[in-house]
Ligand binder design. Structure first.
Ligand SMILES: C[S@@+](CC[C@H](N)C(=O)[O-])C[C@H]1O[C@@H](n2cnc3c(N)ncnc32)[C@H](O)[C@@H]1O
Length: 331
């Protein structure tokens, strides 16, 4: 009798424990699935991604529950160093053609032009690069990372740092740029104003030096040099998992889309840095309309200017539209 009473208590405790455990897991799963519904087309539960507020200014950071603290620490340090936040007391910024002390909130959103910082995309769009890479890795989307419009090269340096930290050895990083600034306008969609900006002219050698400073220049890094209209058709990249576009102009954006969108794998991520620049915005709208692209354009958390979408279907390129944008000698 006494034995079966004790037995009953033990069974009761075990059942209560199992019920509590199940309830806890369900809550955890639900919080994950809310996040996934917007961001994960394959709804994989193995990719334990959730967000938690851990920042000093109240911005949300992605936290990956199963990652090594060393990886997190390394990527946090690289990210905040390259955008100039780590040197906040020293850093300056160009705002309205004047050099001013850095405003941290502007830098986080990538709204100023850094003096020593070696990327102008800001902290939130760097986090977006890490998210995009982790997204394609988690979903098994094969292909490389390419940035078109690299300036001092550091969005790509950070991308290489992410792949290296995650010990991902089957993806390369590609950088496409003239390495001499933006071109003159070739159609009425753009003006020559961009081509006159000396600040945007950064040589290939300087970009390679920046890679070396982080010990990240290796045979996984490739450069496609030249104006996009000439260089991208000959760029040897075959499969793209993350396509990052940062060329400011209508024509630069179109050159990237017409030459690279077909190489972006279904399930891959396209990032538009300059969605708030009118010319770039119009190029995105035109290209999507011509190709009936309806994938939802996603904001970048905490950022004002960048956007991204996840490619869900292949398209048939409307090359006739592009011929009208090519230099006269090419059409
Ligand atoms: C705003 S900056 C890019 C910023 C950079 N992504 C970063 O992380 O700081 C624009 C870059 O695009 C390049 N660019 C724009 N249009 C181009 C074109 N048609 N061909 C080649 N390079 C171009 C410029 O040389 C410049 O380096």
């Amino acid at each position: 009798m006494a034995l079966s009473f004790i037995h009953g208590i033990v069974v009761g405790i075990v059942l209560t424990f199992i019920t509590l455990l199940a309830l806890y897991n369900r809550c955890y799963y639900l919080s994950l699935s809310t996040f996934y519904s917007n961001n994960n087309i394959f709804h994989r539960t193995s990719d334990k991604r959730h967000s938690r507020n851990i920042s000093y200014e109240g911005y949300q950071f992605f936290v990956f529950s199963d990652e090594s603290p060393m990886v997190r620490a390394y990527l946090d340090v690289v990210r905040d160093t390259v955008c100039g936040l780590a040197l906040r007391t020293q850093e300056r910024a160009y705002v309205d053609n004047h050099m001013r002390p850095m405003d941290i909130n502007q830098r986080i959103k990538g709204l100023d032009w850094p003096f020593t910082g070696i990327t102008m995309v800001g902290q939130r769009r760097l986090i977006n690069i890490e998210w995009a890479l982790r997204f394609v890795i988690a979903n098994g989307i094969m292909g490389d990372f390419i940035e078109c419009g690299v300036w001092r090269g550091v969005s790509s340096i950070f991308a290489r740092a992410v792949l290296k930290a995650l010990n991902n050895n089957d993806r390369d990083v590609w950088l496409a740029d003239s390495f001499q600034g933006l071109p003159k306008a070739r159609t009425l969609h753009d003006t020559d104003i961009w081509s006159k900006m000396e600040y945007l002219k950064v040589s290939l050698e300087e970009v390679q030096t920046n890679f070396k400073a982080f010990n990240l220049l290796d045979d996984r890094v490739h450069f496609c040099k030249g104006y996009f209209v000439n260089s991208l058709p000959n760029c040897n990249i075959s499969r793209i998992a993350v396509l990052r576009m940062d060329g400011d102009m209508y024509e630069s954006t179109m050159d990237q889309l017409f030459n690279l969108y077909s190489k972006l794998q279904v399930g891959g991520v396209i990032i538009i840095d300059d969605y708030s620049i009118e010319e770039c915005f119009r190029a995105i709208v035109d290209f999507r309309n011509w190709h009936n692209i309806t994938e939802e354009i996603l904001p970048i958390p905490g950022d004002e200017t960048g956007r991204c979408w996840i490619k869900r279907k292949s398209i048939q390129l409307q090359k006739d539209q592009y011929v009208l944008l090519l230099p006269k000698t090419k059409s």
